[in-house]
Design a protein around this ligand. Structure first.
Ligand code: PAF
Length: 283
């Protein structure tokens, strides 16, 4: 696996591959890789001849009181895992490389609609930061395909709209969430949980499953959401939101049909966890 930190060398190599007629898949990450990221690399390998991963802990997408400084970084181990997973190239720029004139005057991308509400309401500016860096990475690498995890469900919707609105000729692949033995969705932030919290965190996906089954059995959306939030609080979580939305538009779902998705964000101590469950997965 080749590793580049600068844009010119990266683009030279990408140019060689493109002129040879090879399809390029992009896997943007913030590092601290786990099996969820490796599933993205795996999917990328199936959709293209060359896999390009990026590692960049993007300061733009963290709020002033968020965990940018302590976000786990494990570059050497990440490189080892990417190489073993069959990644061809790693682009790991410094912040000065992507944002050479600093962040304050930087042109930013705002994706209206799907970026509002849910995580967008609780993390102001977060999706502008995501859309801005992803758009830059798309311009720099010009991939044919890019892979993102379905765990970040709203992020995936934001990126799909970004690609449509900006006419990027890129296929966006949503890759199913990879879960631990107890169904907890893998996330770099799980590393913040102590052993008691880690055991308790599995209540989140379990609750979504139960709620989905209750909706499937005909209970009202209002009752199931209301009781779901109570159950979360009793289990020691501080819920930020627990909602049923349309999986394409993210508008509130009026019916518990197959195109609906349960979305949750909740804190356990200082750690913010998100998860989702398509109702279609229980039909
Ligand atoms: O999902 C992530 O890890 C990040 O939000 C992304 C897409 C790499 C942008 O920084």
């Amino acid at each position: 696996m080749q590793t580049f930190h600068d844009i010119a060398s990266l683009q030279q190599q990408l140019g060689h591959w493109r002129r040879a007629g090879e399809r390029i898949a992009l896997v943007p990450t913030m590092g601290n890789l786990h099996r969820g990221h490796l599933a993205l690399v795996d999917s990328a390998r199936h959709h293209a001849d060359r896999v390009v991963a990026t590692i960049f802990v993007n300061p733009l997408q963290f709020g002033p009181d968020e965990d940018f400084e302590r976000y786990p970084r494990s570059f050497d181990e990440d490189c080892r895992q990417l190489e073993a997973a069959g990644c061809d190239l790693l682009f790991a720029p410094a912040a000065e490389t992507l944002y050479p004139n600093g962040q304050s005057e930087l042109t930013r991308i705002h994706v209206p609609g799907v970026s509002e509400g849910l995580c967008g309401a609780h993390r102001p500016g977060h999706f502008d930061g995501v859309a801005t860096v992803v758009s830059l990475l798309f311009h720099i690498t010009q991939p044919d395909v890019a892979c993102f995890g379905e765990k970040d469900f709203q992020q995936l919707a934001v990126i799909r709209k970004l690609v449509r609105d900006q006419h990027f000729p890129i296929d966006i692949i949503g890759v199913p969430t990879v879960r631990d033995h107890d169904m907890l969705a893998l996330s770099s932030r799980n590393a913040y949980l102590d052993s008691q919290q880690r055991a308790r965190a599995a209540r989140l996906p379990q609750l979504l499953k139960q709620m989905s089954e209750r909706l499937g059995a005909g209970e009202t959306i209002e009752t199931v959401l209301h009781e779901g939030e109570q159950i979360l609080r009793e289990a020691g979580f501080t819920p930020e939101y627990l909602e049923l939305r349309n999986a394409l538009t993210l508008a509130p779902a009026e019916q518990a049909s197959d195109d609906a998705v349960l979305l949750v964000a909740a804190r356990l101590g200082q750690t913010r966890l998100i998860d989702n469950r398509r109702l279609a997965s229980d039909s």
